[in-house]
Design a protein around this ligand. Sequence first.
Ligand SMILES: Nc1ncnc2c1ncn2[C@@H]1O[C@H](COP(=O)(O)OP(=O)(O)OP(=O)(O)O)[C@@H](O)[C@H]1O
Ligand SMILES: [Mg+2]
Length: 268
Amino acid sequence: MSRKDNNIYEQINNPNEPAKAPKRHRRKPVLLNEMSPFAVKEAYKAVRANINFAIGAKKGCKIFLITSSVPAEGKTTTAVNLAITFGQTDAKVLLIDADMRKSSIHRYLGIKNTLGLSDVLSGYTQLNEIIKKTPHGFDCMTAGPTPPNPAELLLAQPCDDLLSTLSEYYDYIIIDTPPVAVVSDCLALVEKVDGAVVTVREYYSVHDQLKKAISALKFADAKILGFILNDSKGNGRTYKYRYRYSYRYNYRKGYSGYDYYDNYGDYE
Ligand SMILES: Nc1ncnc2c1ncn2[C@@H]1O[C@H](COP(=O)(O)OP(=O)(O)OP(=O)(O)O)[C@@H](O)[C@H]1O
Ligand SMILES: [Mg+2]
């Protein structure tokens, strides 16, 4: 039985438990670049079009967040790649890492996380000190040091003020958040944004957890813009491309960082 089959087997036998993160996933980020397969780039462009369509005819800055039910479904990967894809138009794009418990965007982009969102929300620093330009066509605000109260910081007025200041300058603000079925941080943001995009990972996400996440989002009155099936092997005509893509990025063994999510970041 292959690793992939093993995962399905676990899900069928423990429908309420998430499958273990496939071991083939490696830590090296899967970032879009000019060498990425055509089908993958097109898939992100299709997502870009659909997000615009789902947000609708809104004037000014469009703000949306990326979330999922449990860890390791590909939120950060999706957020960074969408920032790259939106940045390929003439739009001004800002990517914010609002996962202050387990920040990772700085690692994906190879930048420092000494100052970030948590600092500006706590009033410790000024905006211009924490926004970094990236070579990928978008700006980025890293998460900053983990604060003791991430959900409260995101809920409070300074966060509204921050987004309204930023929306005067940017065309799109993309916010990476923690998983909804594990911590409530994302729910604190839903009323401040135009919608939420939910990522689901093939052979990993579990129906019950996804249902729980959707109920929580709906209860918080979130506008769900759509779902992204991440790490899909695809089928039919696109299978070959998707398979190659998957193969290229998944060969390293020993990945185990996301097998459990009882503790998310430093918190229980
Ligand atoms: N489509 C993909 N193909 C291969 N590897 C992927 C893919 N999507 C994500 N990964 C890998 O899976 C791991 C988890 O992805 P990512 O960090 O994007 O998930 P996450 O939902 O943000 O996790 P967390 O909840 O812990 O923040 C990373 O090592 C990433 O490189
Ligand atoms: Mg993440």
